[in-house]
Write a protein of this length. Structure first.
Length: 160
């Protein structure tokens, strides 16, 4: 009975935040279909292991951890395909879509997964350092150090 109740609450949380999860997955995969695959796999993993969630108040960090790890795993498994262009990236005139900040996107892609994850969670998802530390199961000082290192690396990449 208690397990069913917890599962229903987790399902509601996932449904309520599905767009957010898609956006995070998309920042890693850069492809709509792949992002949907990552979200689907993350939901499957979460619902399969719902009993590992000790308290519902940790559902956010618990699911983010699953989503980020699934995203990184997906990229590692599909690196040879990630360099290929997705047909949806071509508009009607046959040109690539123009991103408003292509330099930032390219610089982010050069960062390691650890640094990229922190930047995405801090600036694109607007999470606090303490929340990021909880999601990544790290010390807050470690997160701060990685954040400042990542920002320094981004600055160097963008200034070139």
């Amino acid at each position: 009975m208690l397990k069913n109740f917890k599962r229903k609450k987790v399902e509601k949380y996932i449904i309520d935040n599905r767009n957010l999860f898609y956006r995070i997955a998309y920042t890693y995969t850069k492809n709509e279909a792949n992002a949907l695959d990552v979200v689907q796999e993350s939901i499957y993993k979460a619902l399969s292991s719902v009993e590992s969630l000790r308290e519902y108040k940790y559902v956010k960090s618990w699911f983010y951890r699953i989503l980020i790890r699934t995203s990184i795993d997906y990229i590692r498994k599909n690196t040879k395909y990630s360099k290929m262009m997705d047909i949806s990236e071509v508009n009607d005139t046959g040109k690539y879509d123009q991103y408003t900040d292509i330099d930032l996107e390219e610089a982010l892609n050069t960062l390691s997964a650890d640094y990229k994850t922190i930047i995405i969670l801090r600036f694109f998802e607007d999470l606090k350092i303490e929340e990021i530390a909880e999601i990544l199961n790290e010390n807050t000082n470690t997160i701060k150090t990685r954040l400042y290192t990542a920002l320094r690396k981004l600055k160097i990449k963008i200034e070139r």
